[in-house]
Design a protein around this ligand. Structure first.
Ligand code: AHR
Length: 512
């Protein structure tokens, strides 16, 4: 089978915001404790952070990091996490039925983010807390000095303000599992008055209203519409969350997950634009896709026995048992999962005009591209690679790519193309990148990419995720089983790139 792709630098979707390559650290499972932070680990630095993990995060090209939750944030009080470590209270995390020592808090996390070189993005609790609590943490973090809370920050060792721009107004408040779960009306009103107050305190903040926690929610997209009816003028973003998984051994449908993401985004964009029209607003709202990933959330799990239920293992913890940093949602990712991740990144690029911030959730140990063992090694999961390559190569503007390819019938999504493609070009450097996915379960596909309109180019590198065993994974004992390979078939003549994509594969081609 063959496919044709046409790329033209005149067909610009939009600039690629570097925030598209954000991730997320939540106080959940072992993301923080024994993930990024493990005093006593052989690689721990003077602050107790694992340097092996810091190196992997840097190499991954992570830009922003949302913190500290997630469901955790809806029962979290930021003051517990500042001040002398030995005086910080131990609390129970209702979201994850865990104990929270608060040994990593705002200061420590900001220090870690500086080490990995990203932007700290902060979520406020709108579950058990209110506008005042959000105002307090903003004052503590962003006001330079001479107020009680900013002086407290200085006394706690941080002279300069944290200068956090991006603030998330609660998390998944539409979800019945959420502490403080609200109706759209209640949340919308609370988010609106909180947003107004935060902006009064610091007009530079960018604010994200909580959209639906998943497009399968019965209240989607009415939740988003109603929340925006209350908050449209007050916020800059509406959030999307989406997790994808293979169900019932239906790999063909799973590989089409980016089509699901496209359709979800199209509905959220239509909903936001509907509210814009009703309000006769001049402002266009952007999307913060602040949780996305592959996550095996129960129902017919492929082969990994620990992967059960949405917030699994919380139900196995009984009585007075509130463990510290338990092993939660430590999914092990395959090459097929990595191909889907590469495709989801293409979907985000395809919406670069509206999706201007995103976070792959979570970064370490919990549904994560990076895994650690306490006291032991850290390694890259299969899903690490397409993220790292896309973050490095997708620079400049995202282009509206035309794909002509055979299609196939998928059970979940109907007719979908076998080949998916995205492309980017950077005017400053003249470099371009093409991202390609072959969803065929059985056949290689030779793709011709007409990129003559980009001008004289040559192939700088090719990076591919493909394997004879699409379910191959990296593990502690075999941490380099899967990874990037070059695609040796790529050639470029007279502006036509010809490349053969193996079955179930993701490929990036850098041009310059
Ligand atoms: O990312 C893990 C969890 O998934 C988050 O806490 C929550 O927001 C989502 O449901």
């Amino acid at each position: 089978s063959t496919a044709r792709v046409t790329i033209d630098p005149g067909f610009v979707i939009g600039p690629i915001n570097r925030r598209l390559f954000g991730t997320f650290i939540e106080h959940m499972g072992r993301a923080v404790y024994t993930g990024i932070y493990e005093p006593g680990h052989p690689t721990a630095d003077e602050d107790g952070f694992r340097q092996d993990v810091i190196e992997l995060v840097k190499e991954m090209g992570v830009t922003g990091i949302r913190y500290p939750g997630g469901n955790f944030v809806s029962g979290f009080h930021w003051r517990d996490s500042v001040g002398p470590k030995e005086e910080r209270p131990r609390r129970l995390s209702l979201a994850w039925r865990s104990s929270e020592s608060n040994q990593v808090g705002l200061h420590e996390f900001a220090t870690w983010v500086e080490k990995v070189g990203g932007e700290l993005m902060y979520a406020v609790n709108l579950g058990t807390a209110d506008t005042k609590d959000a105002l307090d943490v903003l004052e503590y973090a962003n006001i330079a000095k001479s107020t009680t809370l900013s002086d407290e920050r200085v006394a706690n060792g941080r002279t300069e303000p944290f200068g956090i721009s991006m603030w998330y107004l609660g998390n998944e408040m539409d979800g019945p599992w959420q502490v403080g779960h609200s109706s759209a009306e209640d949340y919308g009103k609370k988010a609106s008055r909180t947003a107004k107050a935060l902006r009064q305190l610091d007009p530079r903040v960018e604010l994200v209203a909580s959209g639906s926690s998943h497009p399968t929610m019965a209240t989607f997209p009415m939740w988003d519409r109603e929340v925006l009816e209350h908050t449209y003028d007050d916020v800059d973003y509406i959030s999307c969350h989406g997790y994808y998984q293979e169900r019932n051994g239906d790999l063909a449908s799973f590989l089409a997950s980016p089509v699901k993401m496209d359709r979800y985004l199209d509905v959220v964009i239509a909903t936001a634009d509907h509210v814009k029209a009703v309000k006769r607003s001049e402002k266009t709202l952007n999307i913060s896709f602040d949780e996305w990933n592959v996550w095996y959330l129960g129902e017919n799990l492929r082969s990994f026995p620990r992967q059960v239920d949405r917030f699994y293992r919380t139900d196995e913890i009984e009585g007075d048992d509130w463990p510290e940093a338990p092993r939660l949602a430590e999914d092990v990712y395959s090459v097929a999962d990595a191909v889907v991740i590469g495709g989801l990144l293409i979907s985000l690029l395809r919406h670069a005009d509206r999706v201007t911030s995103a976070a792959m959730a979570i970064l370490v140990n919990v549904i994560a591209p990076i895994t650690t063992e306490p006291g032991g090694p850290a390694w890259r999961q299969a899903t690490y690679f397409p993220f790292a390559v896309t973050s490095r190569l997708a620079v400049g503007v995202s282009l509206d790519v035309r794909v002509q390819s055979d299609q196939y019938e998928s059970n979940e999504l109907g007719t979908v193309p076998l080949v998916d493609a995205g492309a980017t070009v950077d005017e400053e450097t003249g470099r371009a990148a093409v991202f390609l996915v072959n969803r065929s379960l059985t056949d290689p596909i030779t793709v011709t990419v007409n990129l003559a309109a980009l001008g004289e180019k040559s192939i700088l590198e090719t990076q591919m995720m493909a394997d004879d065993d699409v379910y191959a994974v990296n593990t502690k004992d075999n941490p380099d089983r899967v990874g990037l390979k070059p695609n040796e078939t790529a050639s470029l003549d007279d502006g036509i790139l010809t490349i053969t994509l193996p079955a179930v594969s993701w490929t990036a081609v850098a041009l310059g």
